[in-house]
Write a protein that binds this ligand. Structure first.
Ligand code: NAP
Ligand code: MG
Length: 476
């Protein structure tokens, strides 16, 4: 089905509270389900970045002087304005990156509003001023924050930065992913409608290599908050070092999900597939390695296969579809080559496999795929695939399970299924920023972030707000 939204074809950057035409050309936004162009957005330049940074800098003193409780009130209004735009946001995200519409409403458009209102509630938890001995400690904004975000949760990744940065009194220049920029326009309108002053929030569209690099190198940007690949995170750290910026990095993952002997297997199987295939597996925290007791692998794999085959792949505008296309043709090539690599390296293909799906050849559709007997050191068990590809790895004992779980360069999330205390003791041994026990719920108040090469710093929760503050100690 063709997505059209007149509004979206007349995009400009969002600077100082208004639409500003770009200085360069435009980039097309492509619907991965159809190959059709859904919008054009400016291909930003370094001059566009300069303009946006100047706007954010000018707005900073005024915004920093607003009382935190008043900033929190504005965030609550912003959450309401986002909620009012839920359908527009969901439709835009489904069109640009292929998330199934039912999931878009809830996860892609709904969560960002939830994170915004949850962040507002943290205002009373942050120690904006505190006495320590003969000092008064004051938390101030870092300044102008450059936010750079990926395409997989295009608005959620934005709001986990924008909401806490605003609460802490910073002003923002956002560069969303070129592939999925459309929802940020609704955000800009929501910011204005909420009554947040012009210049506090700005958006510059364009590529990482031009707009992203210019933002990271900019002498008047005080902090970069980045979500994306480990490779780009490494480059951003290097460039940001020249101006000694604060850098927050939310990077890739290869999360392990350990099924213990005392787990409820049916529940573990169901929850594993929900996690693995939501958003077509394009989630940094996806549990892409399922670690199972060796003597139970056959039984678990059989259940996984039966459950997996219940999932429908198809048109993301269809209300009943659970797995849409991948976000782009580039992503299809990448995921398909990993599936081929898994077969070549000798893993057992349980379900799915490479190639186009008959009847769905026109879009970036891939078969949700499960491999068993996966060698924990093989490529598909070590590298982030970012697609619906699950690797089942057998372990002999729990020490081996923990060592396999910790045996990658990543450390973002993990999961354990088993009797609660038993599972908790395993969770404590995992080198990751978040662990989910028995499929527990996502908590927008819990800090999120990575150990090892999954990143530095935390988003969400009080820790996520404090990331966007400087501490000044005044001795009396
Ligand atoms: P990506 O290629 O790293 O891009 C992320 C963002 O960074 C995009 O806006 C990109 O611009 C920009 N960028 C790329 N190179 C840059 C540079 N040298 N300087 C400044 N900006 C630059 O990642 P992606 O492919 O969009 O997203 C997938 C990755 O994100 C996965 O590795 C995934 O694990 C990770 N991720 C992590 C989290 C988390 O919270 N830890 C959450 C979601 C995703 P373009 O518009 O040109 O691409
Ligand atoms: Mg696209």
């Amino acid at each position: 089905m063709t997505y059209t939204h007149e509004h979206l074809s007349t995009y400009g950057h969002w600077i100082d509270g208004t639409t500003v035409p770009g200085q360069g050309g435009t980039n097309d936004v492509i619907n991965p389900a159809t190959g059709e162009t859904v919008a054009a957005v400016p291909a930003g330049t370094a001059a566009d970045v300069d303009r946006a940074v100047a706007s954010a800098r000018a707005a900073l003193p005024g915004w920093a002087a607003v009382e935190p409780s008043d900033r929190a009130a504005l965030l609550r209004r912003l959450a309401e304005e986002l909620t009012a735009r839920n359908e527009d946001i969901a439709q835009a995200i489904t069109a640009e990156m292929g998330a199934p519409i039912a999931f878009s409403r809830l996860g892609q458009a709904g969560f960002p509003a939830l994170v915004t209102s949850a962040t507002a509630e943290l205002e009373s938890d942050v120690a904006w001023t505190e006495k320590v001995g003969n000092s008064v400690l004051v938390r101030e904004p870092v300044g102008v924050v450059g936010a750079i975000t990926p395409w997989n949760f295009p608005l959620q990744q934005v709001m986990t930065k924008v909401a806490p940065a605003l609460l802490a009194g910073n002003t923002i220049v956002l560069k969303p992913a070129e592939l999925a920029p459309l929802s940020t326009r609704f955000l800009a309108e929501a910011v204005a409608a909420a009554g947040i002053p012009a210049g506090v929030f700005n958006v510059v569209y364009g590529s990482g290599s031009v707009v992203g690099e210019a933002l990271v190198a900019h002498p008047d940007v005080d902090m970069i908050s980045f979500t994306g690949s480990t490779q780009a995170g490494r480059r951003i750290s290097t460039v940001a070092a020249n101006t000694i910026k604060r850098v927050g990095l939310e990077l890739g993952g290869k999360s392990a999900n350990i099924v213990l002997d005392d787990a409820d297997i049916d529940s573990a199987v169901q929850q594993t597939l929900v996690n693995s295939w939501t958003n077509a597996g394009q989630a940094c925290g996806a549990w892409t390695r399922l670690l199972v007791p060796a003597r139970r692998q056959a039984e678990i794999v059989q259940k996984l296969k039966a459950a997996a085959e219940q999932y429908s792949v198809g048109d993301p505008t269809d209300e009943s579809v659970r797995v849409g296309p991948l976000a782009s043709e580039g992503q299809w090539e990448r995921v398909n080559s990993y599936i081929e690599r898994g077969i070549a390296d000798g893993a057992t293909l349980v379900t799915g496999g490479p190639g186009r799906i008959p009847g769905l050849e026109h879009g970036a559709y891939i078969r949700p795929t499960i491999f068993a007997d996966v060698d924990p050191n093989s490529v598909i068990a070590q590298e982030e695939i970012f697609g619906p590809v699950l690797s089942v790895i057998a372990y002999e004992d729990e020490d081996e399970a923990v060592s396999i779980a910790n045996g990658t360069v990543y450390g973002l999330t993990g999961a354990v299924f088993g009797a609660q205390d038993h599972a908790l003791s395993i969770a404590r041994r995992m080198e990751v920023g978040q662990v989910y026990i028995n499929g527990a719920d996502f908590n927008p108040l819990a800090p999120f972030g990575g150990y090892k090469q999954s990143g530095t710093g935390r988003e969400l929760g009080r820790a996520g707000v404090e990331e966007f503050t400087e501490v000044k100690a005044i001795q009396l």
